[in-house]
Design a protein around this ligand. Structure first.
Ligand code: C5J
Length: 224
């Protein structure tokens, strides 16, 4: 019995079964969305990411109403950076540091710091899982796959930032573990519009080599 079907999804309709679909909210953390965070420290304009928050919020509300499991992820390192490979730190020197003009004196991409909190609009509700991940993908170094398996989840809906980095990496990891994945087009953003466009195109190319995409409005309608 198909509980949800998004007929308008690209490259062809996407459907999931009752109780077998979860929503994954990828890295909606202040580090990426607020001035002074990791994203800003790399010279990016964070206002582009905030554009996707309203659509992500509508998808989140609909998933909660439908009783769908919701999983939030955070790119978050241990305070001693023991889970941050030196190669990552070398290319992103701000990690673990307190940057000038940063978020409330917080250390960049470190668990428990103010900048590592979810943006208030998309905060986790009581009982929702928040996965801290040391990498770009949410399956590497986490118990996400085990959690999804224990819930009987086979299909995943995604919102999050940034489209071509943590969202796409997580979708590819999910694919390799057998999940069917749909990315909500207007509930994801990148600092680089051309990278977002290219990611949406490459996900759905070749008969959905990575998965499906669809608008928030159509996904929300399918959750009712
Ligand atoms: C990045 C992410 N862009 N969450 N992280 O470094 O996409």
């Amino acid at each position: 019995h198909a509980a949800g079907e998004v007929a308008s999804a690209k490259p062809y309709p996407f459907a999931w079964r009752v109780g077998e679909c979860a929503l994954v909210m990828v890295d909606w953390q202040r580090d990426f969305c607020d001035d002074g965070g990791f994203g800003a420290s790399l010279g990016n304009d964070v206002t582009s990411l905030r554009r996707a928050i309203p659509a992500a919020s509508r998808v989140l509300a609909a998933a909660r109403k439908a009783g769908m499991p919701v999983i939030h992820t955070l790119e978050a390192h241990a305070p001693d950076l023991s889970d941050c490979p030196p190669a990552k730190k070398a290319r992103c020197p701000a990690i673990g540091e307190i940057v000038v003009g940063g978020i409330e004196g917080s250390r960049v991409l470190v668990a428990g710091e103010p900048g590592n909190a979810l943006v208030p609009e998309l905060a986790a509700a009581e009982g929702e899982v928040v996965i801290r991940k040391p990498g770009k993908g949410a399956f590497f170094g986490t118990d996400l796959h085990t959690r999804l398996e224990s819930l009987g989840v086979k299909s995943l809906l995604f919102t999050g930032v940034t489209t071509e980095v943590c969202v796409q990496t997580t979708m590819r990891e999910a694919n390799d573990r057998g999940y069917e994945c749909l990315l909500v087009e207007d509930a994801t953003e990148s600092y680089f519009p051309e990278f977002k466009a290219a990611t949406l195109a490459m996900i759905t190319a070749q008969n959905g080599i990575v998965g499906w995409t669809a608008s928030a409005a159509d996904v929300v309608a399918a959750m009712k």
